[in-house]
Design a protein around this ligand. Structure first.
Ligand code: ADP
Ligand code: ASP
Ligand code: MG
Length: 402
């Protein structure tokens, strides 16, 4: 649609009634500049965490269906309050849930289809449309959610479905930085970053954008910008790689939501890794790094990392599979973190790896696992040392200075 902007405001940005009223005024200003506008909102402040804790105080392992039913209420509160704030400014507005917008999502937390007819109808009636982020509906008409931070993905998916001019993500920092500005005091605000670098940073723990939102924006070439909600600012544009100056290291991230599982002494024969990881994949547990240590007496140890949220589920599953595989035991380490450097100029530059490892050595940090790709190097380290290591490597790669 011509002249259409999709904006998304995160939890902190709508964390109080005052903030909702302030953003309502910002939205009116955009509307008055002649734009049509769809606004995607997250739940207010820590609402989602509070709801998860409530659920867990009743049942440590609630079913996904009932948990999603509960979590989706957070966004419903913020969209209705925002609509009321806009009504009080005499604006024509409507709030819509994921169900009402027919945002279809599957068990892999992916949006598979959006029926944009309802939103288009409301926009054509000159309404501001406020959509609940993070939630969708399954083929069976059950409410579902898109994973933590998923409102960003709702916004980009809507921008694509509605053919919007651009998608603006408003958050509680000034844009995308060389590292988390809450952990690295001299992190530098980037004015541009490529889709690929942003996707890596997001996947490696930079919470500022949900990884899937970056993937969608890249695949459908949607102009995406991250901006501050609390003040004016140009923010960071996420763009094609050839539109961004190439640097060796663009950013560093620390993922503290990671844990390591080791299956001890599995037989050293074909098919073992296949059976183990097939069972994990079937339960929708995403595996990150994998290492196989050759042991003595034709047995191996297989270690891998997963998101910490899935630790309990993964251990239970691994214990079951391990029995069938003839493994000795399953152990885990819940005190690790993943530290990563990202940059499109990293490919073929061997100095980055040596500077990275030297930096960790200088901090007396042991590397437990390593993985690399064309544009990133990641190491699993002791979580306690993570933030210091992040700051130290930020210095070593001189990221505050370029
Ligand atoms: P929202 O509620 O707006 O979705 P999030 O908390 O999900 O906000 O994401 C914003 C947070 O991401 C920031 O407060 C910041 O601490 C964190 N963050 C991590 N890495 C980065 C980075 N490289 N650049 C900017 N912010 C980052
Ligand atoms: N409210 C959800 C969460 O806290 C979704 C989001 O904020 O994007 O994860
Ligand atoms: Mg977020």
């Amino acid at each position: 649609m011509k002249n259409l902007i999709v904006q998304k405001y995160g939890g902190t940005s709508v964390g109080s009634i005052e903030k909702i009223k302030k953003i309502a005024k910002d939205i009116v200003n955009i509307k008055n500049s002649g734009k049509r506008i769809v606004v995607v909102l997250s739940a207010m402040g820590d609402t989602t965490d509070i709801l998860i804790n409530k659920a867990k105080s009743i049942n440590q392992n609630p079913s996904k269906r009932e948990l999603d039913m509960l979590l989706s209420t957070g966004e419903q509160v913020s969209i209705s309050l925002m609509a009321m704030a806009l009504e009080s400014l005499n604006e024509s507005v409507i709030s819509l849930t994921g169900f009402q917008c027919k945002i279809l999502a599957n068990e892999k937390l992916r949006i598979t289809k959006i029926d944009s007819a309802r939103i288009k109808k409301e926009l054509n009636n000159n309404k501001i449309v406020i959509v609940a982020g993070f939630q969708g509906v399954t083929e069976n008409n059950d409410i579902t959610t898109l994973g933590r931070g998923g409102s960003d993905t709702t916004a980009v998916a809507l921008a694509n479905a509605l053919n919007a001019e651009k998608c603006e993500i408003y958050t509680d920092v000034d844009g995308v930085y060389t590292s988390d500005p809450r952990k690295v005091s001299d992190a530098k605000l980037l004015d541009k970053i490529s889709y690929d670098e942003m996707l890596e940073l997001a996947s490696l723990g930079a919470k500022v954008l949900h990884p899937r939102s970056v993937e969608l924006a890249r695949n459908y070439n949607i102009p995406l910008v991250v901006k501050p909600s609390h003040k004016k600012g140009n923010g960071t544009k996420i763009m094609e790689v050839n539109q961004v100056e190439k640097v060796v290291v663009r950013g560093i991230s620390l993922d503290e939501n990671t844990a390591k599982i080791t299956v001890l002494e599995v037989p050293d024969k074909p098919g073992i890794a296949f059976k183990l990881f097939k069972a994990l994949a079937k339960s929708n547990i995403q595996i990150d790094m994998i290492i196989q240590n050759i042991n003595k007496d034709s047995v191996n140890d297989i270690s891998f990392t997963i998101k910490r949220d899935y630790l309990e589920k993964s251990i239970n599953l691994c214990k079951k599979i391990a029995k069938g595989l003839g493994a000795k035991d399953v152990i885990y380490d819940d005190t690790v973190a993943k530290l990563s450097v990202v940059g499109t100029g990293l490919a073929g530059n061997s100095e980055v790896a040596s500077t990275f490892f030297e930096g960790l050595y200088e901090q007396d940090i042991n590397i437990e696992m390593i993985s690399t790709s064309e544009i990133k190097i990641s190491c699993i380290i002791d979580r306690k040392k993570g933030v210091d290591a992040l700051q130290h490597l930020h210095n070593r790669f001189e990221l505050a200075g370029y």
